[in-house]
Design a protein. Structure first.
Length: 533
């Protein structure tokens, strides 16, 4: 590889400098001013300044390196769209540095001509995370020496070199799109579930044109006939082709931020796992669907039986199940004539454990359709189901004394009950319980917010994490809800049409109720059942 001697000489100098920086840091009381508090720091090349504090989007830093310099282990540095002409050095810190996709501005771009864009050479481990950036027009996109960071969802284009690792480095690299790099995409390391010339050795890698929208003008969204974001006009449109990188990412990676339909699987590239990820095609013919427990369910019975609807034309099923990736094959099952659902019993499962499972369908000609990876969490032996925190925006309607009122106006002592068109109903029958409002809890700050659209046309605004009762009797967090998931109401169940994360955080007060003698109350016109705090 050209310039190898120069690179290793540079690494030796950088390691020596890192030792000096580390010693000075320890003497000064540690990174981040000696505090142990974990924070989110914001960076905005367009509107930020490095003399800001960086703790809110309105007081963002101007450079990523300032965010890293200020942060401590465990912190998150959120980088807003813009052009960043700097070299990023993680300084040995266990940080998450993540790009944010926002509106017509797209995703942040690291463009440091003739130099390195990102460097890891201070012993960084798996908790040093870089994700969701376009890295272009550099001598080298990512340089790693003596370190093993986690790198995912990058679009690495038009550089001299892509990613190089040396000196015993073992980075975890996945969901990358390499394109049009002059000399090599990869040196001294491997990638998984990535688009790379030559389809380099590694699980899930592909080769071919990623079908960017307009790379000449910097639009690296992926084309999709189901829909993709048009950055020039801030709208979603349809293409005539679909990128092979859609749904091509690591099956175990979280795709919850991607808009529906997302195939329960993240896309490759910088926009994978973000609100601007291009949409997936319709469910593949023959793919298993409608899992039970629902994908993302929590507090699942430890002796639960798994079930699913078989894909069209499936005559047998390969069941994969376990707690680690890749999942082991645990069963081969035939399809009984006209059987609408299939079942598998994994036996007694460990408590408070995340399990993953997948169903691959095989048709009469032996063609296999690989299924989506689903997950659920088993119940604890002693602890009750998890309850919400932060909860609902002020205008959210809740049912008390048989009427729907804003949660911010609920009074202490009012009874949880609803009107069904005939009269006011107290919720005596399981799984519903009567109760009075014991406390109205308020939280003030900046919160991630989700909008849940129901088949009735009604919406619910949810701030941060909150748990909903599903038709299967499991509690699922808002981040784990999917299109088609059915939520419980006193009348029965109602299906979700879409769950969308708002592009901008919600700033202000949010509310939650504590109910006497109960663990739930009713939200929205449809009386959705949610947990109290």
């Amino acid at each position: 590889m050209v310039n190898k001697t120069e690179i290793m000489t540079r690494w030796t100098i950088l390691v020596f400098s890192a030792v000096l920086v580390g010693a000075a840091t320890i003497a000064g009381g540690g990174f981040g001013g000696g505090t142990l508090a974990l924070n989110h720091f914001y960076v905005d090349a367009v509107h930020g300044r490095d003399d800001n504090r960086g703790l809110t989007p309105g007081t963002a830093f101007a450079t990523i390196q300032k965010g890293i310099d200020t942060a401590a282990d465990g912190d998150v540095v959120l980088v807003h769209p813009g052009l960043y002409r700097e070299e990023i050095n993680f300084l040995g810190k266990a940080l998450v540095v993540r790009g944010v996709a926002a509106g017509a501005a797209g995703i942040p771009v690291l463009d440091n001509p003739g130099d390195f864009a990102v460097s890891f050479y201070s012993g960084e481990g798996p908790d040093s995370v870089l994700k969701n950036f376009v890295i272009r027009n550099n001598f080298m996109a990512v340089f790693i020496a003596g370190s093993s960071p986690t790198i995912s969802n990058l679009t690495i284009v038009d550089n001299m070199y892509g990613i190089e690792a040396s000196a015993g480095s073992e980075p975890d690299i996945s969901n990358i799109i390499f394109w049009n790099n002059s000399y090599s995409d990869l040196f001294g390391c491997q990638v998984r579930y990535s688009c790379i010339s030559g389809a380099a050795e590694g699980e899930g890698n592909i080769e071919g044109d990623p079908l960017f929208v307009d790379p000449q003008d910097g639009d690296y969204h992926l084309r999709s006939w189901r829909g993709r974001y048009w950055i020039e006009h801030d709208v979603w449109i349809l293409d005539q082709v679909t990128s092979p990188c859609i749904d091509g990412g690591d099956p175990i990676a979280d795709a919850l931020d991607e808009p529906i339909p997302n195939g329960d699987r993240t896309n490759m590239g910088a926009y994978g796992g973000t609100v601007q990820a291009s949409l997936s095609p319709e469910r593949l013919p023959g793919r298993a669907f409608n899992p039970s427990p629902a994908n993302g369910a929590v507090e699942v019975d430890r002796n639960a039986r798994l079930s699913w609807n078989p894909g069209l034309g499936a005559v047998s099923h390969n069941v994969y199940f376990g707690t680690e990736h890749p999942l082991p094959l645990v069963s081969d099952q035939p399809t009984m004539h006209e059987q609408p659902t299939m079942q598998f019993s994994p036996g007694w499962m460990d408590s408070n454990t995340v399990y993953y499972w997948r169903i691959d369908e095989i048709d009469s000609e032996g063609i296999k359709t690989v299924g989506a990876v689903w997950k659920f969490t088993t119940s604890s032996d002693s602890a009750p189901p998890p309850k919400g925190r932060a909860c609902f925006v002020p205008e959210t309607g809740v049912w008390v004394d048989g009427i729907l009122v804003s949660i911010s106006t609920v009074g202490i002592g009012r009874s949880i009950s609803w009107a069904d068109g005939v009269g006011i109903k107290s919720l005596w029958a399981p799984p519903f319980c009567p109760g009075k409002v014991e406390q109205v809890q308020e939280h003030e700050g900046v919160f991630e917010c989700y909008d849940v659209l129901l088949e009735s046309g009604n919406r619910i605004g949810v701030a941060e994490r909150h748990y909903f009762l599903t038709e299967s009797g499991n509690w699922a967090a808002v981040q784990d809800l999917k299109t088609g998931t059915k939520l419980q109401t006193p009348r029965g169940s109602i299906a979700i049409v879409n769950v969308a994360k708002r592009l901008m955080p919600y700033a202000g007060r949010v509310y939650n109720l504590k109910v006497e003698g109960s663990d739930r109350y009713l939200v929205g016109k449809d009386a959705i059942i949610v947990r109290d705090h």
